[in-house]
Ligand binder design. Sequence first.
Ligand code: SF4
Length: 262
Amino acid sequence: MVQDRERLSLCRAEQAADLVEVFSSIQGEGPRVGERHLFVRTAHCDMQCAYCDTPLCHVSPPEARIELHAGRRDEVRWPNPVPLTRLLDHVVRMLREVPHRAVSFTGGEPLLQPWVIEALAPGIRAEGVATLLETDGNLPDALAAVLDAIDIVSMDWKLPSATKEPARYAEHEQFARLSRSREFYVKAVFVEDTPDEELLEAATRLARIDPAILLILQPCTPLGPFKRPVPSGRVAELFDRVSRILPRTRVLPQVHRMLHVP
Ligand code: SF4
């Protein structure tokens, strides 16, 4: 665990959020790819994945980058922590500027600040917009506490070959069981060297929970220690083996990288 517990307690007490950024863009991952989402990226994370593209999530940034108008990239800086009343007003205003399909709580790990989701969800739903949680799937107790505020759960199944962190099977399984009451899918980011067994183990454990679970295999975008894209032959090979266990398995890359949007 690397999150700053003292800082998080302060945020909770002040009903405020430590944020990295707020911006509107095209969802680039998972089955909701191509939809316009408003992203609320919280600071702090309980993992340190080798492929992480959000290094700021591991500190308490003094300021958050806030896009003023949806999709215009006209960002300003707000001091952290941001009061939730101010954040909600801004989110609602952006949702009214351009049609959005969801507000994606992403990170970092948003479940380290569950009070943010709870406070914003009613106002977001009142605009006819769904709430989506992008999560590392390690904090089932926090999920249980805010599940009613979440419409869509996008859960990562972290593979040790890609994260360089230990597997967290028990947490992932409990998390997946809880999430089935919502629109739910699981993403697994894999690298060229990911052993077949890691993905087969994930698929087998998910199939035991529900064989209809949608699993997205996401080839790692070259980043950090991973310099090369996963070869297409390797992608097809893994897909064929995993989809025999979970028939709804799909392969999807990070599409927002191709679109050159954040
Ligand atoms: S869980 Fe996400 S935000 Fe946290 S270290 Fe891993 S990739 Fe980065």
